[in-house]
Design a protein around this ligand. Structure first.
Ligand SMILES: NC(=O)c1ccc[n+]([C@@H]2O[C@H](COP(=O)([O-])OP(=O)(O)OC[C@H]3O[C@@H](n4cnc5c(N)ncnc54)[C@H](OP(=O)(O)O)[C@@H]3O)[C@@H](O)[C@H]2O)c1
Length: 308
């Protein structure tokens, strides 16, 4: 569908993209190019495998080549926080950057998105960082699992970039109890301290839950590879004590954790909804237009589940 709607490439075509390492698994190009096609924009969205040590060079190159914007995926979201030239409040709030908009300083001194100019003025270019992951996760949990979040008990697995953002977002949504579990305990402890400071009404604990939970949320990368162990050992929590399980992973579409959760009678959802909503918001930031969510979801589902 994206190819059918896309304008032919020419010297006027503008570019966005995603930087990650690895990147070959990403469904973002399929989703974003469908969105660009549906909006009728002469833009393309490309994927680049950029090792962390070269992220700064890659960002400088994207600015020099007048990219309209970028997404950042594993392992760049925390690094990018320190590399961007300016940060939107969403990036400051969640402490990570997954979206960049390239902006040019116009003659009046104001920073304007590059999309506003067919031929950008000669002024300096800056990368402004945003975070669209946190809102996307909350929206996906509500829509896909019917969870209100406020007042809920949650076991969160993982304290990397996505885990930290998820923990802070869940706390800001007013979950009642949050258990944090991570291979590197110090990282979970640092997130717990941050929540205690910013959201003192949330009960936050490290380790296994001593009560039943409304939600188990996997924000580790365990499940991406077929040989991975479960991110949650049955000895830590029997899944029959959980109402719902969300796995941020969307490829494979059903991880061993989600399969076990379904067998235990839990409501389940994979990370497709989160990917969709973070991408839709990013496209709105770049284009200044409402995202064509229906076209983006259809392309994403075809990419992840196969053509219907
Ligand atoms: N659906 C979406 O839109 C979306 C958005 C963001 C992220 N994600 C997914 O969420 C996952 C995490 O992303 P991230 O950005 O947080 O990555 P990250 O910063 O690299 O964090 C990885 C997390 O997984 C844990 N982990 C990795 N290998 C492990 C192992 N062998 N045993 C136990 N724990 C292990 C890490 O524990 P340590 O701290 O001990 O290293 C850490 O908690 C990825 O699968 C990513 O694809 C999905």
């Amino acid at each position: 569908m994206a190819e059918a709607l896309a304008k032919p490439l020419s010297a006027r075509t503008r570019y966005c993209g995603v930087l990650g390492h690895p990147i070959h698994h990403s469904a973002s190009p399929a989703m974003q190019n469908a969105g660009l096609g549906a909006l009728g924009l002469d833009w393309r969205y490309l994927a680049f495998d950029v090792p962390p040590a070269e992220l700064g060079v890659a960002l400088a190159g994207a600015k020099a080549m007048r990219f309209l914007g970028l997404n950042l995926t594993v392992p760049h979201k925390l690094l990018a926080f320190d590399l961007v030239d300016a940060r939107d409040p969403s990036a400051e709030t969640w402490g990570a950057v997954n979206t960049i908009r390239c902006e040019v300083q116009a003659a009046d001194g104001a920073w304007r998105p590059l999309r506003e100019f067919d031929v950008p003025p000669a002024g300096p270019i800056r990368a402004q960082g945003f975070n669209t992951d946190a809102e996307a996760l909350a929206q996906a949990l509500r829509e896909d699992l019917g969870l209100p979040l406020a007042g809920q008990s949650v076991l969160l697995l993982g304290a990397g970039g996505a885990g930290r953002t998820a923990a802070l977002k869940l706390a800001s949504e007013g979950v009642a109890r949050l258990w944090l579990l991570n291979r590197t305990t110090d990282k979970a402890a640092a997130v717990a301290r941050e929540i205690e400071q910013r959201h003192p009404t949330v009960s936050v604990r490290l380790g296994r839950p001593e009560a039943d939970v409304d939600l188990v949320l996997n924000a580790t990368s365990l499940g991406l590879k077929p040989e991975d162990p479960l991110p949650l050992a049955p000895a830590v929590l029997d899944l029959r004590r959980a109402t719902a399980v969300y796995d941020m992973i969307y490829r494979p579409a059903e991880t061993p954790l989600l399969r076990a959760a379904r067998a235990a009678g839990c409501r389940t959802a994979n990370g497709l909804g989160m990917l969709l909503y973070q991408g839709a918001k990013a496209l709105e930031i770049w284009s200044g237009q409402p995202a064509p969510v229906v076209a983006m979801r259809a392309a994403l589902e075809a990419n992840v589940y196969g053509a219907p």
